[in-house]
Write a protein of this length. Structure first.
Length: 315
């Protein structure tokens, strides 16, 4: 009511502006609700057929009318978390170099390259991963890993095929690296210069200054950048479809083939019909919920860190 009173007292242009802005704001809620409603409606056949057991069933045999989402949830989470483990430290390191060390000319060039990587279509990353990265890993990286003490670990066992979970995770790490680096760079750059100068004036080294003055202040924003990259990795489609193998099974080695929610939907949707179509739509609903949960978790974690005594910039 207070808003309506303020609008009535204002000019006509203010009233129109407030109404249009309100419509734009509500459109986000409408779009989100419409997506969830349609996914829920279109997956009703699969839900009525398999119920909640669909989420923890690892069976996926279309010929025998057996469907479950656990295999693809597992593949999605493993590849996404492995990608963020690889891209997170590298992205934050790139951001630290650009803000704290690089000269202005180098900063502009590398900053442009980072933003350019984010603009590359995912299909190009998939082709690069299939024709360039996979042969390189097979010939030079995997033999070294298997000959080292790491080769005794089950996650590095078995025979390496080009399209594998390992290859897909590395490609995802390269894809989300620009997101982590760009957001982290902006957050670190926003740290007040007084923080840095105070530490340096006390005799701290540049590393001590960054670790004790910059990172604690920018911690929540950096964490938000990392989880934002995690959300993108979980939802990536075309690149993963090319290089993960799309094998619906619970793998125990990173050198095995696997599948994610997005890759199985992209691979089977063009020819799907009947119960399979409803199953794929329900898999899309599961993926949508996972990405929402990741983003909600990110906001909660960032909020908790921001409220702590050493909290930093909000993401």
């Amino acid at each position: 009511m207070n808003l309506l009173k303020r609008i009535r007292r204002g000019h006509t242009s203010d009233t129109i502006f407030a109404f249009v802005a309100l419509l734009f704001g509500l459109s986000i809620v409408v779009i989100m609700g419409g997506i969830i409603f349609q996914l829920w409606l279109q997956s009703s056949v699969a839900r009525s057929e398999f119920g909640w057991s669909f989420l923890w069933s690892a069976a996926y045999r279309p010929g025998e009318n057996e469907y479950g989402a656990l295999t693809f949830i597992y593949g999605t989470l493993v590849t996404a978390f492995l990608a963020i483990l690889l891209a997170g430290p590298v992205g934050v390191g790139i951001a630290a170099y650009l803000v704290e060390i690089a000269p202005d000319r180098v900063n502009r060039i590398l900053g442009f390259v980072v933003e350019l990587l984010a603009a590359i279509p995912s299909i190009v990353y998939g082709l690069w991963g299939f024709f360039v990265l996979a042969p390189f890993l097979r010939d030079y990286v995997v033999p070294v890993i298997q000959a080292s003490p790491l080769g005794w670990l089950p996650i590095f066992g078995g025979t390496f095929f080009g399209p594998t979970v390992f290859t897909a995770s590395i490609v995802l790490a390269v894809m989300i690296l620009p997101t982590v680096a760009a957001v982290s760079r902006d957050v670190i750059r926003a740290v007040p210069q007084d923080q840095r100068e105070g530490m340096l004036a006390l005799g701290a080294t540049r590393w001590e200054m960054f670790r004790q003055a910059v990172l604690p202040y920018a911690g929540s924003g950096v964490l938000g950048a990392i989880i934002l990259g995690l959300g993108r990795a979980a939802g990536e489609t075309m690149a993963v479809t090319f290089i993960i193998g799309n094998s619906p099974r619970l793998f125990d080695s990173l050198f095995d083939q696997g599948a994610t929610l997005a890759s199985i939907i992209a691979g089977q949707f063009p020819e799907a019909g009947g119960i399979l179509l409803s199953v794929l739509i329900e898999l899309g609903l599961v993926l949508f919920i996972i990405t929402i949960l990741i983003n909600i978790s990110a906001r909660l974690i960032v909020s908790l860190i921001s409220r702590s005594p050493r909290g930093g910039i909000r993401a």
